[in-house]
Design a protein around this ligand. Structure first.
Ligand code: SME
Length: 154
């Protein structure tokens, strides 16, 4: 993984130690990711709804507001990643049939599941205005972030 990603992981660990609410920690991680990585234009956390387990609810985000505040498992890239419990990388959203558009500027997306005690509890969702910007490094990096932040998802 490159130096920038290693630095961000250190910063995320610092955020988790702050004396603030878990929601605030997630918000700070969103802000950090969006501000630090040039190809991350929208960063959000969707969490599995405890009352409706087959549904994701948008918890916090940094970027343009989206109408997709609730997403059913199987719907869109987020819903597919939740259903299959695996990372989804879509390098060109115009080639993905099962896609929920948030903004016309978005060209690509990565969705990484978050597990706690081996159970899916949420996802990191990142949109980019660039075409095909995501590499294996983004996947490794974001899966690491998902592992670290799982502890603040209740
Ligand atoms: N594009 C996503 C929906 C969420 S927005 O990107 C914020 C999807 O297809 O699931």
């Amino acid at each position: 993984m490159n130096e920038m990603f290693n630095m961000i992981i250190k910063e995320v660990k610092k955020i988790l130690k702050l004396d603030v609410s878990n929601d605030k920690k997630l918000q700070l991680v969103c802000n950090l990711l969006r501000n630090s990585v040039p190809h991350y234009d929208w960063v959000g956390f969707y969490l599995v709804d405890k009352n409706k387990p087959e549904e994701l609810v948008l918890a916090t985000f940094d970027g343009e507001p989206t109408e997709h505040v609730r997403i059913s498992f199987g719907g869109g890239i987020c819903g597919q990643a939740a259903e299959q419990e695996k990372t989804f990388i879509v390098q060109d959203v115009t080639r993905e049939n099962n896609y929920l558009a948030c903004s016309a500027r978005v060209k690509s997306e990565i969705v990484v599941p978050i597990f706690r005690n081996k159970k899916l509890v949420g996802e990191i969702d990142i949109d980019s205005h660039k075409l095909a910007p995501f590499t294996e490094n983004d996947k490794i990096f974001l899966e690491k972030i998902a592992e670290i932040i799982a502890e603040v998802i209740e």
